[in-house]
Design a protein around this ligand. Structure first.
Ligand code: ADP
Length: 430
């Protein structure tokens, strides 16, 4: 077959990106698009049309000369972004529910049918969105079908309605361990709108012929199931062995660890996504870069960090939060930020804050281990704080582990790796 390429697309919260890689994972082309502002009425954004337009804009952005080499395509979307469509036409029956939208009306109903502390027991879960729509729309629901954002965009490419992946389907209640919807969900009248579920990066079918010929993709180009945006970002770091982890140092501190065992603890907001025969365990603390930004400019952060000796432990013990309340690794909604006493020297102050955040990170990994996850042995870093080399050295000392910056952190790169996986799998396409 010769030289082939793999296309990943990420539909994130603020825009969409594509990354085209070769078999070695080297990027051959990439690009991004903002979502065009299309309106249904004066106030209501037409998200469905905007996403669709963006999808085809990204395909146009892929260099014409590289398109004939593309073997497979995959897409990630924002978790819990939900569409209710007509299963005969694919047209939306209802406006889409966005990832962060809450449906408090459905929460008591969902809590009454789901096991205690299940992932669906949150107002913004896909299941709450489904129940809220089911109870508010009086029209005929015979042909209704639920799809996640990534499923629907992939459908535009392959044309087979009703397919999702077990990462996107987790928040609608799918059980990835038993690879089925649980009986408490299947006994509900709305269970017939649920999509069928495959592993992420499984080939679904060939790219539709009209799209293929319009854009100049090859005849054997397959479309593969996707995942959620945060899982795609983890996949980008290529941390494929149990014990490898990614700490994201953005506005908040989020950790994700590849584990051989599944762990869940609603008190700490800890849960696991399936990745083939392993589990991706995640937790998020409210500490992180937002506090740093309240005190220092990014330029100050760089200058001051250069003057810190990372080999020396700071005696200052803070709990940097930008508002009251913490969830993980300490579950305390009333926790008060602690950033006192402030020394005269800003270098010492920053050293104390970076060291304290590193201690919280260490506590987070050790809590996951206590809960039964695989012990972490190497940490990759993503987010705005990843470029701080002094901080990485402080973290290596405090964690007692190798810490490095992840080479790739774009979710679109992770989606491209899923496309590569889908193309390499020997699955017969019906
Ligand atoms: P978001 O979560 O908003 O996407 P980013 O990943 O863009 O965040 O990271 C932004 C954060 O990175 C800011 O809160 C900022 O304080 C922090 N940051 C920027 N530069 C540095 C630096 N040199 N050292 C540590 N933190 C930094």
């Amino acid at each position: 077959v010769g030289h082939r390429l793999y296309l990943g697309m990420d539909f994130g919260t603020s825009g969409a990106r594509f990354v085209l890689i070769d078999k070695q994972g080297t990027i051959q082309a990439q690009g991004k698009r903002e979502y065009p502002l299309l309106y249904m009425s004066e106030e209501t954004m037409d998200w469905v049309s905007s996403w669709k337009k963006t999808l085809f804009s990204l395909l146009e952005d892929v260099p014409v000369s590289l398109r004939p080499l593309i073997a497979s395509i995959s897409i990630d979307g924002t978790s819990a972004t939900t569409l209710i469509i007509d299963s005969t036409t694919g047209e939306p029956l209802w406006r889409p529910f966005l990832y962060n939208e809450s449906c408090p009306d459905a929460l008591p109903i969902v809590k009454s049918i789901a096991p205690a502390n299940h992932t669906v027991c949150s107002g913004s879960s896909t299941l709450c969105k489904l129940v809220s729509w089911w109870n508010s729309d009086d029209s005929n629901k015979e042909h209704a079908l639920l799809l996640h954002q990534a499923d629907w965009l992939l459908w535009l490419l392959h044309g087979k309605l009703g397919i999702s992946d077990y990462n996107n389907a987790l928040k609608v209640g799918y059980d990835p361990e038993h690879d089925s919807y649980p009986s408490w969900l299947l006994s509900q009248p709305y269970s017939r709108v649920l999509p069928s579920v495959k592993a992420p990066g499984a080939s679904i079918g060939y790219l539709q012929e009209d799209i293929r010929t319009q854009f100049g993709f090859p005849k054997d180009c397959v479309v593969c199931t996707g995942t959620t945006d945060s899982i795609a970002a983890f996949l980008a770091a290529r941390a494929t062995q149990p014990g490898k982890a990614v700490t994201s140092l953005g506005s908040t501190l989020a950790i994700k660890l590849l584990s051989t065992s599944r762990i869940e603890d609603a008190r700490f907001g800890v849960y696991s996504h399936r990745l083939d025969d392993k589990w991706l365990v995640g937790g998020a603390s409210n500490t992180g870069g937002a506090v740093l930004r309240q005190i220092f400019t990014d330029e100050q952060l760089e200058k001051l960090s250069e003057q810190i000796n990372p080999m020396e432990a700071s005696p200052l013990d803070y709990y940097p939060l930008h508002a009251v309340g913490e969830r993980f690794p300490v579950a305390d909604p009333k926790m008060v930020p602690r950033l006192q006493p402030r020394p005269e020297s800003d270098v010492e102050y920053l050293h104390g804050i970076l060291e304290s955040i590193a201690r919280i990170e260490a506590k987070a990994y050790s809590l996951l281990k206590d809960m039964g996850a695989t012990q972490v042995d190497e940490v990759f870093t993503a987010g705005g704080g990843a470029k701080n080399r002094t901080w990485a050295k402080i973290r290596e000392r405090v964690l007692g582990l190798p810490v490095s910056r992840a080479i790739q952190t774009e979710a679109a790169y992770g989606a491209a790796l899923l496309a590569l996986k889908g193309a390499q799998r020997d699955i017969d396409i019906p």
